[in-house]
Design a protein around this ligand. Structure first.
Ligand code: NAD
Length: 454
């Protein structure tokens, strides 16, 4: 489909006001939920073809989250879209003051491949709830899932309201030349910069959901068993191909050996394998090769086996790593967990703070003072205390990065806000007309205004 025509059609559909009524928005959200339900088998199959992922994980990390997002949006859209009254102030008495949320217009959503359905549809749900039209460009890397997304959307929605365009760099480049009213991008920091630059030409507002190296800090007073179990789960889910997976661990030197031993036990007991469908493939050969090069055999504490034909990388733990190692330079985005130790917590915090602000940070401790110190001294997108990853599943927590890990946030009401403009209105009655602001000016007027601003 011709991109320019598609955008023009969406813009005129939007301008005619079709998407604005709450009824329309709720109907479309219901329709999306029905379309997903009817196509569950297709989604399970395509995720399996892309990742060898089990139905259990596809439901818990993709579909379940989406159904929850849609249900939350259906329940709250009319409340979120209500005009909100605010107080007046001294300069404007008497008056009524309120804020009207309004949709932005034609939105472009660009998805990443690692959770292809969730990362494509979750922003779309927010965009529809806020009353916009949407063009969605899923990642071409998870090819089967991208095809499924296009089929589900393009067979169920008219293109002037919601349409999927498939493709890679070329197609995304063509889309980015056009003027949108909002661009929502999920992907790498490198491509985030390209998107931001393209959006700047049209002064289009952007939300960038990017990546980075997210640390897990483990202190000596943590509950070791639960800490290791939760870190192993969060790291090796989706074979580490999760933007908020703990990228590396910083553990107190005093418990390092015990930590490594317990972590290994947790990995062994999870029994990660393709045969029992507890584990997934690396998405493609390029990523497989990139990841295997990061495994320094002399530093493997556990794992390290790889198999190219299956794109299998065993859950791997590296030890005796420092910030100078190659693996500590860029986001890993795979099932390799470097474990670094610290002697001084202050130095460990400083090492994190000296790097770009991470998308997530996790602290495992039973010490409130240490918890508060870490939460106040490190800037990061979001995170958890004594857990990892799960903050993404609470729609009451805005999800997003900061600095190089992203700008803006979504999920729940935060998503509605992201796809809305908030129009501020001051409404004045006609029965009172004080002369204070009008010429001719005078000394007593100035004195009075000065008194008001004292
Ligand atoms: P990517 O940046 O390579 O691709 C993302 C999207 O951009 C894809 O749709 C792709 O087609 C498009 N794209 C790629 N190169 C482009 C170019 N030169 N010009 C225009 N468009 C281009 O990212 P990815 O490999 O799909 O995902 C991995 C990265 O995404 C990781 O860094 C990860 O942390 C991050 N991520 C972030 C979140 C989040 O919510 N913050 C979620 C998932 C992934």
């Amino acid at each position: 489909m011709d991109i320019e025509n598609l955008i023009n059609n969406q813009r005129s559909y939007f301008k005619k006001g079709h998407t604005k009524s709450i009824r329309f928005r709720l109907d479309q959200l219901e329709k999306l939920k029905d379309a997903l339900k009817q196509n569950e088998a297709l989604m399970f199959e395509s995720i399996y073809a892309d990742f060898k992922k089990s139905a259990f994980e596809t439901f818990t990390t993709e579909l379940g989250l989406l159904y929850n997002d849609i249900n939350v949006a259906i329940k709250n859209t009319s409340k979120w879209a209500n005009k909100k009254k605010v107080k007046s102030n001294l300069f404007n008495l008497p008056s009524r003051n309120y804020i009207i949320p309004e949709p932005l217009g034609v939105c472009l959503v660009i998805g990443a491949w690692n959770y292809p359905f969730q990362l494509s549809f979750a922003p779309v749900i927010s965009a529809i709830a806020a009353g916009n039209t949407v063009i969605l460009k899923p990642s071409e890397i998870a090819n089967h899932s991208s095809n499924a997304i296009a089929k589900i959307v393009n067979e169920n929605f008219p293109p002037e309201f919601f349409h999927v365009i498939e493709g890679g760099i070329k197609e995304t480049g063509e889309l980015l030349q056009q003027k949108f009213d909002k661009i929502f991008f999920t992907g790498s920091t490198t491509v985030g910069r390209i998107v931001y630059e393209a959006a700047a030409k049209h002064l289009t507002p952007v939300t960038l959901e990017l990546g980075g190296k997210s640390p897990a800090i483990v202190t000596k007073d943590c509950n070791l068993k639960i800490t290791c179990k939760r870190i192993a789960w969060a790291k090796f889910l989706n074979a580490g191909q999760t933007c908020i997976a703990p990228d590396y661990v910083l553990v107190d030197e005093n418990i390092k050996d015990e930590f490594l031993k317990t972590l290994k036990e947790c990995i062994v007991s999870a029994n990660y394998s393709f045969q029992n469908e507890n584990y997934v493939q690396i998405i493609n050969e390029r990523n497989f090769n990139r990841l295997t090069e990061l495994i320094d055999a002399s530093k493997v504490y556990y794992g390290g086996k790889t198999e190219i034909t299956e794109r299998y990388i065993e859950p791997t733990v590296l030890t005796n790593i420092t910030f100078d190692d190659k693996i500590m330079k860029d986001e890993i985005f795979g099932p390799i967990l470097p474990v670094l130790s610290y002697r001084s917590l202050d130095t460990a915090i400083q090492q994190i703070v000296d790097k770009p602000k991470p998308l997530a940070c996790y602290v495992f401790t039973n010490n409130n003072k240490i918890k508060n110190k870490i939460l106040s001294e490190i800037s990061f997108g979001g995170g958890a205390v004594n857990d990892a990853l799960m903050h993404v599943s609470n729609d009451n927590l805005p999800f997003g990065g900061v600095g190089e890990s992203g700008t803006g946030s979504y999920h729940g009401e935060a998503g509605f806000i992201t796809f809305s403009h908030y129009k501020s209105i001051l409404e004045k009655p006609l029965w009172l007309e004080p002369q204070l602001k009008y010429p001719p000016y005078s000394n007593w007027k100035l004195k009075f205004i000065k008194w008001m601003c004292r």
